[in-house]
Design a binder for this molecule. Structure first.
Ligand SMILES: [Zn+2]
Length: 414
């Protein structure tokens, strides 16, 4: 399938630039667009109007996810979209580019006379900027958040409940369980998103086909030794908590590198007590962040780090405590959709590669129920969640072309 890429590039660029300025952001220096604000409502209205012009029926579901479809409920549709809420100090592309590209796919669908059955979704509160809950709209849709958990969700700014805010915005949050209907008719789902890493840019690729979304394990290892005088305590009399923690920091680096398959491990927080120049550290805490597309490799790194910690503690007379915070399994993408995307990418003649997503996306929620995939476009120096975020609209136009081709093939197959 061939599209007029320069025309699509111009339209995508115009939409992204328009939504990157007032009144579509609450900040003069960044994109600040949080769930249920007037700014957010205006942004949804922008998409509602344009999709309506293309013959789509547009609605907000009970919690405020935007749904637009060109077939009546009950008929199968192929899902495309992303989110248009922003990070607290966001850029123009994270999320929004995916919804803008979905809109462009709908325009092309009409102009090329394809009449493919489509449903656009813009998920509510992906970033967690309003209520501190990432993937909130899509988790509600997927039914992966419970009533109790939802009842406890409050706004970061005023502490009032999510239910109150949703009601004030004209939504009907008591019927949140009905949101799952939007997924029921999806024959498949593709989300276009910026990469948020440097792999595509640094390898000269214009498209990334996401093989899987990484899972992660978050935890803490605490070391309790003895705080002694740094001058009066000989080396073999010490129980240095930080020295034990240091062994773990290096072990995590070594274990993650050895695990392969894109597994990564990071100690990003290190707390030392009392943290004084002349005192042997009595207590230390190291955080653990391990991610990867293969859950067994993630587990191997975590188990290895714990083993190193216990061994270091035993040798050094330091007591070791390990606690897991949260862990989420990796989400594999659908093999049939991936194959269609790779064929479509081949056809464009442009450089592309398979890669895992290290970041979480709404697609993880859709994947609980439906076959899914993601397409990444490069972003400058891997920067995201920042006003410095940049992405080339020409790459998004290319993503629109190959996503449309893949959907055409998948719909014909069915
Ligand atoms: Zn995003």
């Amino acid at each position: 399938m061939k599209i007029d890429r320069s025309r699509s590039t111009a339209r995508i660029e115009a939409d992204v630039e328009l939504l990157g300025t007032a009144p579509y952001t609450d900040s003069a220096t960044a994109i600040c667009r949080y769930a249920y604000t007037p700014t957010y409502a205006r942004t949804l209205a922008f998409f509602e109007e344009r999709l309506g012009e293309l013959g789509f029926t547009v609605e907000l579901d009970p919690v405020g996810n935007l749904l637009a479809r060109n077939r009546p409920p009950g008929e199968p549709v192929f899902g495309i979209g992303s989110h248009c809420d922003s990070n607290r100090n966001g850029g123009k592309y994270d999320g929004t580019l995916g919804v803008v590209t979905a809109l462009e796919i709908c325009r092309l669908n009409a102009e090329l006379g394809l009449d493919l059955p489509l449903q656009v979704i813009s998920f509510l509160e992906e970033e967690g900027s309003g209520f501190g809950q990432v993937l909130l709209g899509s988790r509600i849709m997927a039914g992966t958040i419970g009533a109790e958990e939802l009842a406890a969700v409050t706004a970061l700014d005023d502490g009032r409940s999510w239910f109150d805010h949703a009601r004030e915005a004209g939504r009907d949050p008591d019927h949140w369980r009905d949101c799952g209907r939007a997924l029921a008719d999806l024959s498949g789902w593709i989300e276009v998103h910026i990469e948020q890493g440097r792999v595509l840019q640094d390898t000269g690729k214009r498209i990334g086909i996401v093989s899987a979304i990484a899972g992660y394990a978050h935890g803490d290892i605490t070391f309790a030794g003895r705080a002694d005088h740094a001058g009066a305590t000989p080396m073999d009399f010490r129980a240095d908590a930080l020295a034990a923690a240091a062994e773990v920091v290096l072990a995590v680096e070594r274990l993650a590198a050895a695990a392969g398959s894109g597994t990564v491990g990071t100690v990003g927080e290190l707390e030392v007590d009392p943290g004084l120049i002349n005192v042997v550290p009595g207590r230390a805490r190291a955080s653990l962040d391990v991610r990867g597309v293969d859950d067994s490799l993630v587990r191997r790194v975590v188990d290895g780090a714990v083993e190193v910690a216990r061994d270091a503690g035993a040798r050094r007379g330091v007591e070791v405590t390990c606690a897991e915070r949260t862990s989420i399994s990796a989400t594999p993408m659908d093999a049939t959709i991936l194959a269609a995307l790779r064929r479509a990418a081949e056809e464009t003649g442009e450089p592309f590669t398979d890669l895992p997503s290290g970041a979480a996306h709404d697609t993880m929620s859709v994947a609980v129920h439906r076959p899914t995939a993601m397409v990444f476009v490069p972003c400058l120096d891997g920067i995201s969640h920042s006003p410095a975020e940049r992405s080339d609209p020409a790459d998004a136009a290319l993503a629109a072309e190959l996503t449309l081709s893949a959907i055409a093939e998948l719909v014909a197959l069915r």
